[in-house]
Design a protein around this ligand. Structure first.
Ligand code: FES
Length: 129
């Protein structure tokens, strides 16, 4: 599309990626991406914790949440939002298209401004001590 500067990457066939499994693609984007399957649907996040730059793909993935291996921040893989400290914001969540011929990811994710939603209340001000 003319004027469209968003990259799309082809990841090939990921039909072997079952529910509850994730796979990282280190060479995609700035930090790599981690692709996770939840209830049959694939989701792709930037593979980088927003707290202190750690690969989320090295963490634990349960349900729809991925837990950072370093300090335990949790992120919802379906939208990139975080569930609270020590992360202060979510991570980019990209558009995934899966067809019979393979999977493509449009690197269009941006960090959701979820600081005013839920955790932390208005403005996201959280006092931890
Ligand atoms: S680097 Fe992920 S929670 Fe600290």
């Amino acid at each position: 599309m003319a004027g469209d500067s968003v990259d799309t990457v082809e990841l090939g066939d990921l039909s072997d990626l079952a529910d509850g499994e994730m796979r990282c693609f280190e060479d995609v984007g700035k930090y790599g991406i981690v692709v996770c399957r939840v209830a049959g649907t694939l989701h792709a996040l930037e593979d980088n914790c927003s707290h202190a730059d750690t690969p989320l793909s090295e963490g634990r993935f349960r349900g729809k949440m991925i837990t950072c291996p370093l300090h335990g921040a949790q992120f919802d893989v379906t939208d990139g939002s975080h569930s609270g400290p020590p992360a202060w914001e979510g991570v980019p969540c990209h558009t995934v298209v899966e067809t019979e011929t393979g999977v493509s990811v449009r690197l269009d994710g941006s960090v959701r401004d979820d600081r005013s939603e839920g955790f932390g209340g208005a403005g996201g001000i959280i006092q931890t001590r």
